[in-house]
Design a protein around this ligand. Sequence first.
Ligand SMILES: [Zn+2]
Ligand SMILES: [Zn+2]
Length: 109
Amino acid sequence: MKFCEKCNNLLVVEKKRKNVYLVCRKCGRVYKGKGEKLRISSAVPEGKKKVVIMSERDQFSELPKTKIMCPKCEHMEAYWWMQQTRSEDEPPTTFYRCAKCSYSWRSYG
Ligand SMILES: [Zn+2]
Ligand SMILES: [Zn+2]
């Protein structure tokens, strides 16, 4: 027996073609047989969808800027983006990168 990681509701077994899934009837979360998480789109509220996912190679100059103080050089402008760093249930973390000294930091707020 397995329970939903999010709401502790009992998971229901569903078969689709040859695959077996565990589905939470409460929040709609879907798990693969071995507890591996599946990406679900329909159950994710609009506001929680992934925003901008960055890879390290991406151009920072294309990112939006915001007025925030760099903790290192106190420059008042930084690029920012959001990234899902933990589970899908948690809000994405906001990252900043100083436009002057390129120092990067994150905000948990
Ligand atoms: Zn659930
Ligand atoms: Zn800086």
